[in-house]
Design a protein around this ligand. Structure first.
Ligand SMILES: Cc1cc2nc3c(=O)[nH]c(=O)nc-3n(C[C@H](O)[C@H](O)[C@H](O)COP(=O)(O)OP(=O)(O)OC[C@H]3O[C@@H](n4cnc5c(N)ncnc54)[C@H](O)[C@@H]3O)c2cc1C
Length: 503
């Protein structure tokens, strides 16, 4: 066993889409800074960011019903949907900048246009969808959204979903063609190729075991080289913990006061996947339904067209479940190991409050194959078991923390936790996830580099023209940005040739 001590400016822990995005932003803003990345697996984008471990939806609130709620006066609150859409616009602009400057190539390898649809059944839900449509379609961010209750129209939009439908319940859908399918695994790999070409040292099969502050204000990380078996020591002025489900335990090791009273609740997921071309070719949309009563927001059922490795596929799910692991490649001791004296009461309070959620997850875990197929048949009435196989998705670790709403409150969003001096930051939580990576990493930059952010702003605006601007209130700017980004990323009108490459 040997120990070396090597200094650098920045250490990024984990080679997922978050570290990739932060690394790519920093390489443009501070090109001279030395950056090292440590990843315990053998490649980039192997955990949650992998294409088969998430649903690949470019979350822009075009179809996700859980981003709009009904207010007590019966009107629909679209503020969250507007916020998420604007955050996704930041990601699109940054990806477009990278493509335009040939820092990453072939956008069709990671982003494809696909209609986004919301789908509901039953009178009450139809009335809600109609109100939601009216509220959203007046906003420039959601321009082009269509609504229909007409079975003929719906058959045109989603033939597979209408075939064999016998229920007398009214159905309705909204459809917007500016939606996207994003292969976050491919994007992560492209970003890491770019970083390596810019002299970023990326060390695969290197697991971070400990993080401690040194006397001179640096952070020292203890790294286990899984190939050689040796333990190394590296230090940096700034450490970003982008370890996905592994972030909480590493954040706890820093000992910063901000890491206290935070816990994690793992939710596992399964998808049903179909690659039978006869079925796949008859569906062309991401269709999001309504969460079942008592189900958490991340288990909203959806049927998605996916573009993965030059092939089209359909994905349905996710079926949530419970596993004590914090990463798909994690350990059964992750949950128990995350309980510390400083978060014990937070965790116990959450446990007591979230019994219904735990029961729901266990119930989901116990579903038989046929029960899962029956849930799919609510979307595709004629679905045949032989066409679908189970795919194990990534783990999501939901944040538990004490809030004004009470001790041990489960959070469904993402949280950047950083030290007061900005020398270390961790990303916790999973939703809306990879789609908002650019927005979240810009938040890391402004929290951790307040002394640089002003001088970086002109470059940030060059890369991301709507940075700091609420696009919903600037329709002309939105139109210009959309047109330019669509052209660079190949997202205009769906090009038949482009679609044909994926058969
Ligand atoms: C079922 C499911 C569906 C989802 N659907 C969507 C969607 O449709 N759209 C969307 O935008 N988002 C979606 N998400 C969320 C999205 O996948 C995540 O937000 C995103 O991938 C997180 O990226 P990350 O870089 O933080 O984590 P990851 O991609 O998990 O990367 C973290 C990396 O850190 C490494 N690591 C962990 N511990 C250590 C250690 N000690 N030392 C070294 N390396 C370490 C891991 O091996 C891993 O490679 C979904 C997630 C799930 C689970």
């Amino acid at each position: 066993m040997s120990s070396e001590h090597k200094k650098t400016d920045v250490i990024l822990i984990g080679a997922g889409v978050m570290s990739a995005t932060l690394g790519a932003l920093l390489k443009e803003l501070a090109p001279d800074w030395n950056i090292k990345v440590f990843e315990k697996l053998a490649g980039a984008g192997e955990e949650s960011s992998n294409e088969w471990n998430n649903a690949g939806t470019g979350h822009a609130a075009l179809c996700e019903l859980n981003y709009t709620s009904e207010k007590p006066d019966g009107s629909v609150d679209i503020s969250k949907a507007v916020k998420i859409n604007e955050q996704f616009q930041l990601s699109r602009q940054f990806w477009s900048y990278l493509v335009q400057h040939k820092l990453i190539r072939r956008p069709q390898d990671f982003i494809m246009p696909i209609p986004h649809m919301s789908w509901v059944e039953g009178e009450k839900n139809v009335a809600f969808l109609n109100k939601r449509f009216k509220a959203l379609s007046q906003n420039p961010l959601f321009q082009g959204m269509e609504y229909s209750e007409d079975p003929r129209k719906l058959k045109e939009w989603v033939p597979l979903m209408m075939e064999g439908r016998t229920s007398q319940e009214p159905v309705a859908a909204t459809r917007i063609t500016s939606g996207t399918d994003v292969n976050f695994g491919a994007l992560t790999r492209l970003l890491f190729d770019h970083l390596q070409s810019r002299k970023v040292e990326v060390h695969y099969r290197h697991a971070i075991k400990d993080i401690k502050r040194t006397g001179d204000g640096l952070w020292k990380v203890k790294v286990h080289n899984l190939s050689s078996g040796q333990t190394e020591s590296h230090s940096a002025k700034f450490v970003f913990i982008g370890a996905g489900g592994g972030s909480l335990s590493l954040l706890q090791k820093t000992g910063i006061p901000e890491s206290r009273h935070i816990g994690g609740f793992p939710v596992s997921g399964l998808f049903l996947a179909c690659d039978n071309p006869e079925v796949v070719e008859r569906h062309h949309a991401k269709v999001y339904g309504k969460a079942k009563l008592g189900a958490p927001p991340m288990s909203v059922p959806h049927l998605d067209t996916r573009y993965i490795n030059n092939k089209k596929a359909l994905l349905f799910g996710p079926f949530a479940g419970f596993s004590p692991k914090f990463l798909k490649t994690g350990s059964n001791l992750d949950l128990i190991g995350s309980v510390k004296p400083n978060n014990l009461f937070t965790m116990l309070a959450a446990g007591a409050k979230e019994m219904a959620l735990t029961r729901y997850l266990i119930q989901q875990l116990m579903l038989s194959c046929e029960q899962r197929m029956n849930e799919l048949r609510e979307f595709i009435p004629n679905a045949k078991s032989g066409d679908w196989k189970v795919v194990v998705a990534g783990q999501r670790v939901q944040v538990i923390k004490d809030t004004p709403d009470g001790r041990g409150t489960l959070q469904f969003g993402t949280e950047v936790v950083s030290a007061a001096d900005g020398s270390v930051a961790a990303l916790l939580g999973a939703s809306p996830g990879a789609s908002t990576a650019v927005h979240v990493m810009l938040e890391v930059l402004s929290k951790c580099f307040p002394q640089h952010i002003k001088s970086w702003e002109p470059k940030i605006r060059e890369m991301i023209p709507s940075y700091g601007i609420p696009l919903a209130s600037r329709p002309e700017l939105l139109k210009d940005i959309m047109a330019s980004v669509n052209q660079t990323l190949g997202l205009g009108e769906e090009e038949p040739q482009k679609q044909a490459n994926f058969r």
